[in-house]
Design a protein around this ligand. Structure first.
Ligand code: ADE
Length: 549
């Protein structure tokens, strides 16, 4: 065995050289300083073995050799035939086939056996490279795949990632379904008629559905002010001016039309009062101006109230330029009465408790006309919340407020009963009666319709003061004229009696706003019945004609 002898000689020689070197790893130092590591392998050539070829064995070889050539790797071959089991350990160059096989696993640091096909015997071969006799321990099992750090990270992150994606998808789906449901509900609501019989207020105005819900019925606490571009001035009151404006949407060209009521810094009290009144979520009603938000515009030293915009303007302007049909009168009058009844009420149409509010400046210019010819009440700058915490002093300090032309006799005389909060409501009802008179005076159902004149007309001047109104209303007990010619039909008669009962000199004798609203419902019922009987008459006439035939 000349090859074996040469190898052992080499191993002995190298071992001597190595022991003379200050290095404890096998290798050679070349004159130019490069250090080349060679493999240290078990090297017994062929030996009998007790290894059973299952799982893992050690070579039982006592000889270790530093491979002669730099490229040589450690190899172990395990063979089993009918008579014996052998183990062969050696160094070998992977560039050269060994027993007809290329060493394809020599880069491994462990020697893992692979079965090689040889007729008549089991033949297993493994190769490896390391400085630590890697062919001494041999494995017959597959190496468990080791996972790289990025792989481990990816695998461990996978479950939370999947859960997060599922949660996001579920949330997205929920939002989409909810939005769809809201849209459908909205469409259904829009289809419903103005019907109070179910006791729940329904918002039916198109303008109000579009308005950004993010700011609805709230104060804009954001530091960022709403992106609003003012347009035309559409109104001017004692404390503020009203502008049509564009509320810009997320995309540059899109906007919603809103109304902006601008108060100067001096009118803070009026702005605060209106904002506080609007902030009560229970005030929300289809016939009360839809509030979006209130803002302090520090740069311009202004306070803003942002609401829905109604293109038809206020009722006074509308009556000046339009003659109403009987249906228009019923719509406008009924919706206005419902607005005031809701304002005064201590519960919402759905039965939630609500603080009653009095307006104290009811007049036709404080009522807006919506596109469906129903009213919506606005301008709550003088409104008062009748909560239980209000003391008699608070009420007394609230003073004589409102517009003289529309002031009830007890307000003109400053003789309002402060002990009874109902008295404030009764004063509002007096003003309501004047507005109903204005509406009726412009309805074609009364016959000859004159030009629009405000209640008490020009008799009291354009802007009457309290004193001249006192003369007319308290001293002379004067009221706007209701000519007999107005009482053309049952419905008109009921409206006229509702007006006179609501402007009674005695506040206690006046109808409540709720009662006025119910009167309009009765009129509505009467109209429906008469329409039905008309159509029934028509059908029976038609039938009788056909019967005759
Ligand atoms: N005038 C006063 N307020 C208004 C509004 N919200 N819409 C249209 N005109 C108005």
């Amino acid at each position: 065995m000349p090859r074996l002898r040469l190898r052992v000689l080499l191993w002995t020689l190298t071992a001597c050289v190595c022991s003379a070197l200050p290095l404890d790893v096998p290798g050679l130092v070349y004159p130019h300083g490069d250090f080349v590591i060679r493999n240290l392998c078990k090297f017994c050539d062929l030996e009998d073995s007790t290894c059973d070829g299952a799982d893992k064995c050690t070579s039982e070889c006592k000889k270790t050799a530093i491979c002669a050539a730099v490229d040589e790797v450690c190899v172990t071959i395990w063979r089993k035939n009918d008579s014996n089991v052998t183990m062969e350990t050696l160094c070998h160059s992977p560039a050269v086939p060994l027993y007809g096989f290329m060493l394809d696993d020599y880069n491994n640091t462990e020697c893992r056996m692979k079965e090689k096909k040889v007729l008549g015997s089991l033949f297993y071969l493994c190769s490896c490279s390391s400085e630590e006799e890697c062919n001494n321990v041999i494995y017959f099992t597959e190496e468990k795949p080791t996972l790289s750090i990025p792989m481990v990270t990816a695998i461990s992150l996978l479950p939370p990632l999947v859960i997060a994606v599922m949660v996001i998808l579920a949330f997205y789906r929920y939002r989409v379904i909810r939005q769809k449901k809201l849209n459908e509900e909205w469409k259904k609501k829009k289809k419903r008629k103005h019907d109070c019989s179910d006791g729940c207020a329904i918002m039916t105005d198109d303008d109000q559905s579009d308005i950004s819900s993010t700011v609805a019925n709230n104060i804009n606490h954001n530091l960022e002010l709403l992106p609003i571009e003012l347009d035309l001035q559409v109104g001017k009151g004692r404390f503020a001016s009203v502008y049509k404006a564009k509320l810009k949407q997320s995309t540059a060209e899109q906007f919603e039309t809103v109304a902006v009521k601008i108060f100067s810094y001096e009118e803070y009290a009026s702005w605060k009062n209106e904002k506080d009144i609007f902030s009560d979520i229970n005030l929300k009603h289809e016939n009360i101006l839809h509030f979006l938000t209130a803002e302090e515009r520090k740069v311009d030293k202004q306070y803003w109230i942002i609401t829905a915009y109604h293109a038809l303007g206020n009722l006074q302007e509308y009556l000046t330029h339009h003659i109403l049909s009987w249906d228009d009168l019923c719509y406008l009058g009924g919706s206005f009465a419902r607005a005031l009844a809701h304002l005064h009420s201590d519960h919402t149409p759905c039965g939630r408790p609500k603080v009653p509010i009095v307006h104290r400046d009811i007049k036709s210019s404080n009522i807006l006309v919506k596109n469906d010819l129903t009213c919506c009440l606005c301008d709550f700058g003088l409104a008062l919340r009748l909560d239980l915490s209000l003391s008699v002093d608070d009420l007394a300090n609230s003073g004589q407020v409102g517009t003289a032309r529309y002031m009830a006799p007890e307000v003109l005389e400053s003789r309002i009963n402060l002990e009874n909060i109902e008295s404030f409501k009764q004063s509002d009802v007096y003003s309501l009666a004047l507005v109903l008179w204005e509406i009726t005076s412009r309805c074609s159902a009364i016959g000859d319709v004159k030009d629009y004149v405000p209640p008490f007309g020009s008799k009291v001047g354009e802007h009457p003061c309290v004193e001249s109104m006192k003369d007319s209303v308290v001293r002379d007990r004067g009221r706007p004229e209701i000519p007999n010619s107005w009482q053309k039909h049952e419905g008109l008669q009921l409206i006229c009696s509702t007006i006179t009962e609501s402007w009674d000199h005695d506040p206690e004798a006046r109808l409540t706003a709720q009662c006025v609203a119910e009167r309009f419902s009765e009129i509505d019922q009467m109209d429906k019945l008469s329409q039905r009987s008309c159509s029934e008459e028509k059908i029976s006439e038609d039938c009788s004609v056909s019967d005759d035939k």
